[in-house]
Design a protein around this ligand. Structure first.
Ligand code: AMP
Length: 404
């Protein structure tokens, strides 16, 4: 299968050639033809499957081949994303794919001044990539109009709901023309997502890039039982022993991410932290330094890490297990991308056994337990069974009382 056999036009094919995309990924070969044909689409696809190009390429083609020139303050395609980082990443992808096309791209997200975004929108944008809150601000200030809107894309729809954007999304949907193409991408399909899809999509084509709720293949997943208070020490030990070069490490809290980065820096290991409390420029800077290998360890919270695009990341570490099992899948989606082998290691303390069991139930497989000599925990992590349940040791039967 080639991109040209999917019916893509020459300017897009040349851009893909320049980016060295040789073959479409499964989600691309399934999604591109129906989107080109104007159909609505619902896709189960997580980060790393190539989903962005899956919707961006056919969308750019439709915008080029048909429709009017974009009017002032108008947008023709709107891509809604949950986080600033994903907005930047998706916008960058659109710019790369449209390098040979006469189309205008714009981006809008919160946490930075609104004025430059308003200025940019004055001339209109063929594609606007936005987070829901900032988009509504722009709309309410008449900086953006939707009368020319042809296509709506919801990227990482599950995450938008998880982050509490349901009301903002409804307000945006109410402002859009009913006659439009709608594409919904989500890593997981909860009842809430299905309900939203039922309301928004018209006879959608369904595409499934990865089996539901299973982790990417080619990723070695393992866990080390350890006492909570020794996690930093164990992480340092593994970093040296395994010679991890570029590690994305997930930490439960913002404070924890900062503490880990500081502890590593104190040992002379270049590390940085990325979380919601850090201003956007600092987060982007940390990400750039990590990508350029200036920083070896990037400690991140789930929200901040969502949408980070780092190619061929060899190592992901769960310093803490996520509270929501689905986040485990998103986290390890950072490694083993585009067919490369990846490694995901979890440091698990006894009080995280329920989270471990929930993850194992979700991925329908146990995580391989590898004990690290010198770090055997005082607080044993109970065993989990094949169904992802915690196995409690049966209590010893009481001795029958001797009869008097
Ligand atoms: P995504 O799932 O959209 O976040 O994409 C994951 C990564 O795969 C990105 O870095 C893309 O640039 C890259 N990618 C997407 N499609 C292809 C392809 N057909 N060939 C090679 N790389 C790709």
């Amino acid at each position: 299968m080639s991109f040209s056999s999917l019916g893509l036009i020459d300017p897009l094919l040349r851009a893909l050639d320049a980016l060295e995309y040789r073959q479409p990924t499964p989600v691309q070969s399934q999604a591109i033809p129906p989107i080109l044909a104007g159909r609505d689409l619902m896709a189960a696809a997580q980060t790393g499957t190539g989903k962005t190009a899956g919707f961006a390429l056919p969308l750019l083609q439709r915008l080029t081949m048909q429709g009017p020139q974009v009017a002032a303050n108008s947008v023709r395609a709107l891509v809604l994303v949950p986080t600033r980082e994903l907005a930047v990443q998706v916008h960058d992808s659109f710019i790369a794919y449209s390098q040979n096309l006469p189309l205008r791209m714009a981006i809008a997200y919160g946490g930075v001044s609104i004025n430059p975004q308003m200025m940019k929108l004055r001339r209109g944008a063929d594609v606007l990539v936005a987070t829901p809150g900032r988009l509504l601000d722009l709309y309410r200030q008449n900086a953006v109009k939707f009368s020319q809107l042809e296509t709506l894309v919801l990227d990482e729809a599950d995450r938008m709901l998880d982050l509490g954007f349901a009301r903002e999304l409804d307000a945006v949907f109410a402002a859009l023309p009913r006659q439009r193409q709608t594409l919904l991408f989500s890593a997981t399909f909860s009842d809430a997502i299905r309900e939203m899809a039922g309301r928004l999509l018209h006879k959608p084509v369904s595409v499934e890039a990865t089996p539901r709720n299973t982790a990417a293949k080619g990723v070695k997943q393992w866990m080390v039982p350890v006492d909570k208070k020794r996690k930093t020490e164990l992480f340092l030990h593994l970093l040296k022993k395994k010679r991890w070069k570029q590690v994305l490490v997930f930490v439960k809290t913002k404070k924890g991410a900062d503490e880990l980065a500081n502890a590593l820096s104190a040992q002379g290991i270049p590390a940085d932290a990325i979380h919601g409390d850090r201003p956007q420029p600092a987060r982007l800077r940390a990400l750039e330094r990590f990508k350029s290998a200036e920083v070896r360890v990037l400690a991140a919270t789930d929200v901040a890490a969502r949408g980070l695009d780092i190619d061929d990341l060899p190592q992901v570490v769960n310093f803490d297990l996520p509270i929501v099992a689905e986040d485990y899948i998103h986290r390890i989606g950072r490694t083993g991308r585009a067919g490369a082998r990846g490694d995901a290691c979890s440091l698990v303390a006894a009080d995280e056994v329920q989270q471990l069991a929930a993850i194992e139930a979700l991925i329908k497989a146990p995580l391989q337990r590898i004990e690290e000599p010198g770090f055997l925990p005082d607080h044993r992590v109970p065993a989990t069974d094949a169904a992802g349940r915690v196995v409690r040791k049966p209590k010893k039967p009481k001795k029958p009382k001797a009869r008097a």
